[in-house]
Design a protein around this ligand. Sequence first.
Ligand code: NDP
Length: 239
Amino acid sequence: MKPLIAITGASSGIGAAAAASFSESGHPLLLLARRADRMASLGLPNTIIAEVDVRDRAALQDAVADAETQYGPLDCLVNNAGLMQLGELASQDPVEYEAMVGVNILGVLNGCSVALASMAEAGRGTIINVSSLAGRKAYPNHVAYVGTKFAVTGLTENLRQEVAGSNIRVSVVEPGAVETELLGHTTSSDLISGYEQWKDSIGGALDADAVVRAIRYIYDQPQSVCIREVVLASTGQEG
Ligand code: NDP
């Protein structure tokens, strides 16, 4: 059997599409998110479903340990779980930016930290962090989200350097707008409808499979090749 792949945020959007792709290629999977029913409904074989909040490092660690007992060492972690709640900082409920920092930064650090322990022992591995174009550029109403995604982009490059000598690849994917459930967590209906209009004006967002192809491009290279960064967006997205 092929090596074990773990995907956070596998209950919808990019994570669910990545799960389907790796499963189709014969990998056993560890799927992590809070909505276990949604992960189970993917109906994928050789798959362990773990109802885990990525902010809980101990729960992540236990889930990875359980999966490794069944399927062997973790070869790839797709650190994909994320939360976007748009708003201007002055009026945004602090609960929202705290949640984004928790999921988008702490969750990614937890995933990296847990995966590295196992990969260091195996002497190989790949971590793919899903950042965003908002990890490279600023956008209106994105202050807190941009802050968290710049963090993901920055910590990925720093970690890549830190573990390069251990035969562990660390890469970042930075998509522009993708058609998923992400926008639905924004509380302002005006911001949601403005964003939807903007997506229409650029001819539509990427579909999740476009991002999955970037993830697969990174993972499917020989272990000796590290694609450090992939930036992609729909052709019509100018900014
Ligand atoms: P979705 O909202 O469809 O998926 C987000 C996933 O993250 C869900 O599976 C959700 O699962 C999971 N998640 C959220 N909070 C937690 C948590 N505390 N613990 C565990 N899992 C959590 O959006 P996308 O597929 O678009 O998002 C995937 C990644 O892509 C995110 O990091 C996002 O920032 C990034 N991205 C998305 C873009 C877009 O336009 N859609 C553009 C650029 C980057 P559950 O709720 O079940 O826990």
